[in-house]
Design a protein around this ligand. Structure first.
Ligand SMILES: [Zn+2]
Length: 351
């Protein structure tokens, strides 16, 4: 414990979902609803379809808030809305939309729970995209989230310039998916190339490349390498570490931490609910790096956020990175006794 001023630890990348229960406005395409992936997804949120039908989708947000409140390592989570696909007239295309989590649903949840922050999502080709952006800002959005490969647009599209200028004006960071996407039934992966982010960056937008473009290669070049080159040119480019502790990406974390361009540009996020899926979030794939005792201790932590922070710490992620999201979002430091991160004390790689 130490008495000092410190920043809150914020999970910058936390998903929500719903089935439309309780007039939440959430939408799931029947195709995805039938897919085995959606059942896994709901289970990771700690809810069942039946519970949602009975209590309403807000239960998902209540459970996330309870998980954060119970966490000793994470103070707040930015819960991300997810806009759908729009047609050529800028109207929602429900047939091509797989999953929609409306801004209002998340904003209301954040208003109800002090543990939650509002991450808005607005398709930039909506007819009323700028009005929606202003409205999200008024409702306290701390960032804007995109998944271009699913929402079906290209961040390099020059028609988006007015949207980028408004984002920059409002000071809202843009958190956008980079690297391949596997959580949905189909994806247009070429638009997740970090090089497509030059346009918002040149318009002065603060951009956060979700997952640091890991697992992807574009024109034969690994995503993180492309991202590192952009970091040299654009000081407002960041990357989040969400999903980097999952079994399929965990091998890439040490290389990211060792890349000088990423120094001071990495932000903590989890990609919840994926960190709650035991098969994906187990520390055992890192056994050789962590050693048996540490791995076993980590595997026994039940709160998914606490487990993920402990795993990040054991893999070399420093407090500066854990506290970086709060700094970027402009949330003031807090002064007092820091009793947090106790579960992670003494966890170091055994080498
Ligand atoms: Zn995500």
């Amino acid at each position: 414990m130490s008495i000092s001023s410190h920043s809150l630890v914020i999970d910058l990348h936390c998903h929500a979902a719903g089935i439309g229960a309780g007039a939440s406005g959430c939408y799931v395409n029947p195709r995805l609803l039938r897919s085995y992936k959606f059942g896994f997804y709901l289970r990771a949120f700690g809810v069942t379809r039946r519970e949602l039908a009975e209590s309403g989708d807000t239960l998902v947000l209540d459970r996330i808030a309870a998980g954060i409140a119970a966490s000793t390592a994470v103070d707040r989570a930015v819960v991300l809305a997810l806009d759908g696909v729009v047609d050529a007239h800028g109207r929602l295309d429900t047939d091509r939309t797989e999953l929609l989590v409306p801004d209002a649903f998340v904003a209301d949840g954040a208003a109800r729970h002090p543990e939650l922050l509002f991450g808005a999502s607005i398709h930039p080709r909506r007819r009323d995209a700028l009005e929606r952006l202003d409205h999200a800002h008024e409702r306290g959005a701390v960032l804007l989230k995109w998944l271009p490969a699913i929402q079906d647009f290209d961040p390099a599209d020059r028609r988006l310039i007015p949207f980028y200028r408004r984002l920059a004006q409002l000071g809202l960071p843009l958190l956008t998916h980079t690297g391949p996407e596997h959580s949905f039934t189909r994806a247009r992966n070429e638009v997740s190339d970090p090089e497509r982010l030059r346009l918002p960056l040149s318009e002065g937008v603060t951009v956060i490349a979700a997952h640091a473009a890991t697992c992807g290669a574009y024109e034969g070049e690994p995503g993180p390498k492309r991202l590192a080159r952009l970091m040299r040119t654009y000081p407002t480019l960041y990357a989040d570490l969400s999903a980097l502790t999952l079994a399929n990406r965990i091998g890439q974390l040490p290389a990211l931490l060792a890349t000088p361009e990423f120094d001071g540009r990495l932000l903590f996020g989890t990609d919840y609910p994926l960190i709650a899926m035991r098969a994906l979030s187990s520390p055992w794939p890192a056994l050789f790096r962590l050693g048996f005792r540490t791995t076993r201790t980590l595997a026994a932590i039940s709160n998914p956020w606490d487990r993920d922070v402990a795993l990040n710490r054991a893999l070399g992620v420093g407090h500066d990175i854990l506290e970086s999201s709060a700094v970027l979002l402009g949330l003031p430091p807090v002064t007092g006794v820091r009793a947090r991160h106790q579960t992670t004390a003494g966890l170091r790689p055994s080498t």
